[in-house]
Design a protein around this ligand. Structure first.
Ligand code: GLN
Length: 530
């Protein structure tokens, strides 16, 4: 087994997760099997309860783990299967240590950060050390943070235990550009590496995030002061078009060669053909452009709908077209009307969400898409609002609602289903769904039995099932075990699909999701019919 540890220096938001995913992708182009994981130094047990303002999107895995959005990057860039064991926070580490202490497992010893907390961290590394060639572990936060110290100490011990020749430390750092001086500065990076070395970790590779190109002199300086080989000082410029340029950018600088050499791995040369093709499609798509409105309440946050935006980009790659995403604030739709705000868009997508702020705007957007034959894709809450809209405006159930927004509605078309997994109130993780033969969804998937990831509390109320179908909304997919409605579609409409699950968690640039592909194909049709 070989190990790569990724740390960050100087500032947060350097795109460590993206770089980690990219390294995974580069190793996979050499036929190596990788596993990826993230250690987060914060004390929350998981990000499930963190606000999107704090943390961006909550990324859900097959097993129902609610994780950091970096795990989304890992799944998009590589083929590794992730589980709750690939995401660990200090909250979990301390929870485990304290439970062991209460069970008397420390046999009366004083429980301390070293060795008890560090052992717990190393335990995770050993547990993940099987079935793959390389384990890539990203450490959240920035070197120098107090809360990150136990992790770095654990990594130092671990590299000694498994042999230094099997471990690679990669430090990602920032070269700030000082406009007044007209130059990039290396001092913060030097200091951040010095902090690492103080703890006993010498980085093997330095990845320098920069807006401007780095010259040889800077490379020499960084090499000397940071004690890193010159060829191992890698420039990572801001990408021009898409994050999927990263594997090629780092490949061109010999990153893959460097890693396999330093870790003494025997592997074939990289086959970059699929990444080259992806980037070609992103930079110069051959089939024109469509405009997709994403109507949500966190549209000003870069990361709140991360996987949705990425999945739309993947569908653009799949259809060889450009997808222009128009971020629409649902409260703006409420204030100014859907006709005004959504005029000219080729498709409407409503992502998942919780709470009633902006709901009316989402209902108005679904109505606009339905009445104007604009392709519509509703995810989670997006399916629920489409049903509420249909019940109110087509079935004349004027007060139809979800009990999430009105506990006393006379027509609870969306409601809590009591028997949802005992102990948890959320339906989380992968569930099976049987699709109706001939439905738009079955056509898109090319199969009738699928598995998708969920994260919701409320369900379609089966008391309304027959009435809804009679009124023209098709029940196109059902969870066979529990008879829960998972997919609804409209008959007399070009493409109107609502799903209770989140297909955006299973889309990759190398394998765009079939529903997103079908949706974007229809958006493109709409664009070319104008
Ligand atoms: N708030 C809704 C629920 O809990 C929808 C959640 C979602 O979009 N996944 O059911």
């Amino acid at each position: 087994m070989k190990y790569i540890f990724i740390t960050g220096g100087v500032v947060s938001s350097l795109g460590k997760g993206l770089t980690s995913g990219t390294l995974g992708a580069l190793l996979e182009t050499r036929n190596l099997k990788v596993r990826m994981q993230k250690f987060d130094p914060y004390l929350n047990v998981d990000p499930g309860m963190m606000s999107p303002f704090q943390h961006g999107e909550v990324y859900v895995l097959d097993d129902g783990a609610e994780t950091d959005l970096d795990l989304g990057h890992y799944e998009r860039f590589t083929h590794c299967k992730l589980s709750r064991f690939n995401s660990m926070s200090s909250g979990q580490v301390y929870e485990n240590v304290l439970q062991k202490e209460r069970r008397g497992e420390y046999k009366g010893n004083t429980v301390q950060v070293i060795p008890h907390v560090t052992n717990e961290i190393k335990g995770r590394l050993y547990a993940a050390s099987k079935d793959v060639d390389v384990l890539i572990t990203e450490i959240g936060g920035t070197v120098g943070d107090i809360e990150g110290l136990p992790y770095l100490e654990a990594l130092r011990q671990f590299s000694l235990e498994v042999g230094k020749e099997n471990v690679l430390f990669i430090h990602i750092t920032l070269l700030p550009y000082l406009k007044a001086a007209g130059e990039l500065k290396t001092k913060p990076s030097q200091q951040s590496v010095a902090k690492l070395r103080e703890i006993g970790i010498q980085p093997d590779i330095l990845v320098c995030r920069t807006e401007e190109p780095m010259d040889d002199e800077m490379r020499m300086k960084l090499s000397m002061f940071c004690n890193v080989e010159q060829r191992a000082v890698i420039e990572e410029r801001d990408v021009e078009h898409s994050i999927y340029e990263l594997p090629i950018m780092l490949h061109k600088q010999g990153m893959g060669d460097l890693i396999v050499q330093k870790l003494h791995i025997d592997s074939p040369e990289s086959d970059m053909s699929s990444w080259n093709d992806i980037v070609r499609r992103v930079i110069s798509p051959s089939k024109g452009e469509c405009k997709v409105a994403v109507v949500g309440k966190y549209i000003n946050l870069q990361d709140a709908y991360k996987s949705v935006y990425e999945s739309l980009a993947h569908a653009g790659i799949g259809n060889d077209c450009a997808v222009k995403i128009i971020r629409v604030d649902s409260e703006e739709v409420e204030a100014q009307g859907a006709e005004k705000i959504l005029a000219g868009v080729d498709a409407v997508l409503i992502p998942g969400g919780f709470g009633d702020r902006g709901i009316q705007g989402k209902i108005m957007s679904a109505k606009y898409a339905r009445e104007n034959n604009i392709p519509y894709f509703g995810l989670g809450l997006g399916m629920q609002v489409a049903i509420i809209e249909y019940a109110r405006n087509v079935m004349n159930l004027v007060d139809a609602n979800s009990t999430e927004f009105d506990a006393n509605t006379k027509n609870p078309v969306i409601t809590l289903v009591e028997d949802i997994e005992k102990g948890t109130s959320m339906r989380l993780g992968s569930y099976e769904c049987q699709l109706e033969k001939d439905s738009l969804s079955a056509k898109a998937y090319g199969e009738e039995f699928i598995k998708e990831r969920h994260r919701h509390r409320y369900e379609f109320n089966n008391l309304y099932r027959d009435k809804l179908a009679e009124a023209g909304m098709k029940i196109a997919g059902v969870n066979p075990k529990r008879d829960l409605v998972e997919v609804v579609e409209l008959k007399d409409h070009p493409w109107f699909v609502g799903v209770s699950f989140h297909p955006e968690f299973q889309s990759k640039p190398t394998k765009p999701h079939p529903l997103f592909c079908a949706f974007v194909a229809k958006a493109l049709e709409h664009a070319s019919s104008k």
